[in-house]
Design a protein around this ligand. Sequence first.
Ligand SMILES: Cc1cc2nc3c(=O)[nH]c(=O)nc-3n(C[C@H](O)[C@H](O)[C@H](O)COP(=O)(O)OP(=O)(O)OC[C@H]3O[C@@H](n4cnc5c(N)ncnc54)[C@H](O)[C@@H]3O)c2cc1C
Length: 135
Amino acid sequence: MDWDCAHFEDEILGFSAVNSTKPGRGGGLALVVQTKHQWSDAHIEDDLDTVSSIIKQRFERITGIKTDASGYNQVHRWRYASTQNAAASEVNPYLLDESMGVSATGDWCRGSEVEDAFLSGSALAAQLISQLARG
Ligand SMILES: Cc1cc2nc3c(=O)[nH]c(=O)nc-3n(C[C@H](O)[C@H](O)[C@H](O)COP(=O)(O)OP(=O)(O)OC[C@H]3O[C@@H](n4cnc5c(N)ncnc54)[C@H](O)[C@@H]3O)c2cc1C
């Protein structure tokens, strides 16, 4: 395969990552295939075996890559993985109540991806350090 991830222009498939190419991953070929949010919403309670075969057939038809060689196959309903409304702002992507001494951070403060988690956590860390420095 000559790609590590793909965004599909398709009504069913959304995104696919070749997980085995990520740093530190061993073993054989590992693929993650996600469907479009709208399609997932419409089929969230469908039988998982039916959903699995629809996704695999679609993936094979678009990419030409066979999925039946896999020794492991699982469909998971990620009901809460996509943030619709970020909990914090782009400028301060974390929650902090200084009077109670409580803070919260995570991708959901800014979006749904790992860079949102990183930017949220590093912004909160910088804010807490600057508060400590001010005494
Ligand atoms: C199926 C899927 C595939 C993805 N693929 C990609 C990708 O290819 N590239 C990408 O950039 N992003 C991807 N993401 C998004 C990425 O995984 C998240 O954006 C990122 O993990 C969010 O990091 P986080 O630290 O905010 O939260 P998390 O990674 O969810 O970490 C939160 C941690 O808190 C722990 N926790 C929860 N409650 C408690 C509690 N009460 N006490 C103690 N611990 C608790 C949890 O166990 C977890 O370890 C994917 C997400 C999903 C669901």
